[in-house]
Design a protein around this ligand. Structure first.
Ligand code: BGC
Length: 500
């Protein structure tokens, strides 16, 4: 993106739309705008509301650690700490062709992954957009759609140049299904959906075995595949990141949703003692930490905007931690602050603000763009407000919006640091230090998000916090899923019972 410091420019948004930006000068005086001083006063108020002190962060970490322990001890806890039946780290020598279907949030992705050993792989993929109707309609139909997309992918990607199928008759390709919602598992190829998150709400799916539902759909389309593993995106990210960087101990997703996975000693998961698994084994845990502090709301500092986001969501009370952090909600939090200032007559007096009044119109990508605006006059912010919301802004207002975005983005990163610190503290990784594989649109695209996590870790642990380093993770939902399918096959071939 090239944007001049003065005059006009244009940029392409993540949505693919082109945004034209213009410098404005005298017309700023034409409408009754808030003064610089008023905006600075308001900013002070929000600064207090959205800033997390190191002391507060350390308190959150302590409560978080207790919650993680509780989830390992007993079933059906708010943070469920789900045993994934993914045993130990990959050797790096896993090999083979695997299909992966990734149902995560915004898109559906289908991939063919060739795992080549030595930390290497190749991937071919197609993406399909999910409609709101699919997210909220009949659950079985959603899985049918996944199967239909997989069929299209197989018919095109697995055909030779004459269009003939390359799979030998009767041969089935192993398929990893990355389903990034909380599911309790008794085996690696099964999972009961606890609850939808990230605004999904397809019917007749919660409480059901989603792997079985997907198998029904695969049968309908008579696909030459065998669903061998149901995995969460964080578990996939953990394994894929460790495959290429063996220092990786924890994986996090900071995208539409937010969650983490790590490798736990089986002896420290009391709730599965009755399964009789070898105590010296290790198993990946999908924390589902987005649910931290749900319902009771005892530990997290929620503002009235966060409470509104929660109460107007399709799942009030749930995913309390995620609602303060993930990309699905940050833009909405900022929009609610703006709307309050409009109602108080501070912003946009005399202008028609109806476009800003629709929930979720303020995309989190706008916060990223506002924070990274390189121009003195904040041309990008002018562009966002005129183009998408048809309102004029002054420089003082734009500076305020940018500062507000920074407060909301920084709080999200510092809370993320609290979650990471809880796992690090619980597992005793601080002395040696460790690598955290992280993925998702916030982590990858929000300017300074990783640096703010690192600052947060130093605020929590002091200088020792510098030994915990996040890095951009490998594609967990595709590559991770394939490596897990390969690891599972190896266990099966070695005669290990599928659930162990
Ligand atoms: C889901 C998790 C997922 C995370 C990131 C959350 O809403 O509950 O299962 O890992 O989003 O995609």
């Amino acid at each position: 993106m090239v944007i001049s410091r003065r005059g006009s420019g244009s940029l392409t948004l993540p949505s693919g739309q082109t945004l034209t930006t213009h410098t404005r000068t005298q017309d700023e005086e034409d409408l009754p705008h808030a003064t610089k001083r008023t905006m600075a006063d308001h900013l002070r108020k929000y600064d207090t509301l959205f800033t997390l002190t190191p002391q507060r962060m350390r308190m959150i970490v302590e409560a978080f650690k207790d919650t993680l322990e509780l989830g390992l001890e007993k079933s059906e806890q708010i943070v469920p700490m789900i045993p994934t039946f993914v045993f130990g780290w990959p050797t790096g020598e896993e090999k083979g062709d695997y299909l992966a279907v990734d149902l995560g949030g915004t898109n559906l992705r289908v991939c063919l992954v060739t795992v080549q050993g030595d930390g290497k792989f190749e991937i071919t993929q197609s993406k399909y957009r999910l409609t709101e109707e699919q997210k909220h309609g009949d659950g079985q139909k959603l899985f049918d759609f996944c199967a239909e997309c997989l069929k299209t992918f197989i018919d095109t990607s697995l055909a030779d140049s004459d269009g003939a199928a390359t799979l030998k008759d009767g041969k089935k390709l192993p398929l990893g299904f990355t389903f990034s919602y909380p599911c309790t598992q008794d085996r690696i190829d099964q999972g009961i959906l606890i609850r939808w998150t990230k605004g999904f709400g397809a019917t007749d799916t919660e409480g059901q075995d989603v792997a079985a539902m997907f198998r029904n759909s695969l049968e309908k389309y008579q696909l030459p595949v065998e669903l061998t593993a149901l995995i969460n995106d964080t578990t996939g990210t953990l394994i894929a990141s460790n495959y290429v960087n063996p220092q990786t101990r924890i994986a996090c997703i900071f995208g539409t949703g937010c969650n983490a996975a790590y490798m736990e000693h089986v002896k420290d998961i009391p709730k599965i003692t009755s399964l009789g698994i070898d105590e010296s084994a290790e198993m990946a845990i999908n924390c589902e930490w987005g649910a931290f502090d749900s319902f009771e709301h005892e530990h997290l500092p929620r503002t009235k905007y966060d409470i509104t986001v929660d109460e107007t969501s399709n799942k009030p009370g749930e995913q309390a931690f995620e609602k303060l952090i993930s990309g699905r909600y940050l833009g909405e939090i900022l929009r609610l602050v703006i709307c309050e200032l409009i109602d108080e007559g501070v912003l946009f007096l005399g202008q028609n603000t109806y476009k800003l009044e629709n929930p979720y119109v303020f995309d989190t990508a706008f916060l990223s763009l506002m924070e990274s605006d390189p121009t003195d006059e904040l041309l990008m912010i002018i562009g966002i407000f005129t183009h998408f919301f048809a309102v004029e802004t002054t420089l003082a207002e734009r500076q305020f919006f940018r500062a507000l975005a920074k407060l909301i983005g920084r709080r999200a990163a510092r809370l993320s640091a609290c979650g990471i610190a809880a796992i690090v503290g619980k597992m005793g990784y601080l002395d040696e230090g460790c690598s955290v594989g992280a993925d998702g649109s916030l982590y990858n695209k929000y300017p300074g998000f990783a640096d703010r996590i690192h600052e947060g870790l130093v605020d929590i642990f002091g200088e020792r916090g510098r030994k915990i380093i996040t890095h951009h993770a490998e594609d967990g939902s595709g590559v991770g899923s394939a490596i897990i399918a390969a690891m599972t096959k190896k266990r099966k071939d070695a005669g290990l019972y599928v659930s162990l």
